[in-house]
Design a binder for this molecule. Sequence first.
Ligand code: TYD
Length: 215
Amino acid sequence: MSQSARGKFIAFEGGEGTGKSTQTLLLANALRELGKRVEITREPGGTPGAEAIRQLLLHPPGEGWQAEAEALLFAAARSDHVAQLINPALENGAWVVSDRFVDSSRAYQGGAGGLGDDAIIALHQFGTHGMRPDCTVLLEVDEARLAQRLNERDGDTSDAIGGRSADYHRKVAQSFRALAEADPEGFVVIDGIGTPEEVHARVMAALAPLLDERT
Ligand code: TYD
């Protein structure tokens, strides 16, 4: 047994209400049943420092952040998350399942926020040496159904980013789709409509090649 085999890193991506948190938990449980050690985490957050930055981002003091500052804060949180949690866990042989990663910054700040992909990639290169998941799972749900789910989930309590306009969130969804289309090796796109178990079965089927690799 090679105790030092590096684990795999899987990130869930998608807009608000697409079911990332539920699918993150279901995947982590399934991986554990397959005998893997699993670290479950989220962004922004995952480490004490990144969780503190999360508070600043989702509940900004004063008037809120301008676009560049917001992108820098996400990148700073991610740099800490990769250095202090994700990389050590992977090196230790654990699998890491994260609710969001850098493609959220590309879709929200880069796409919908207008900063462009090159700026986000440059920050990510500086912060993490450009770390990519082994697979990014994009969950897609149509706009009408999302509006219904979010109304049930958040009511009028959404945070500084979740509460942005329908147009902003439409651009987020379009950006995610474009990122996935540009990198078919790195992404799987999953239909997020159905029961949690139905969606989970699609995720497991899509990840089968990764699961079959000996680690
Ligand atoms: P969270 O409550 O975790 O969102 P959700 O459960 O809806 O996925 O809050 C994270 C928010 O931060 C969400 O609105 C997406 C946003 N976000 C970015 O804008 N850029 C990023 O890089 C990340 C990781 C999240």
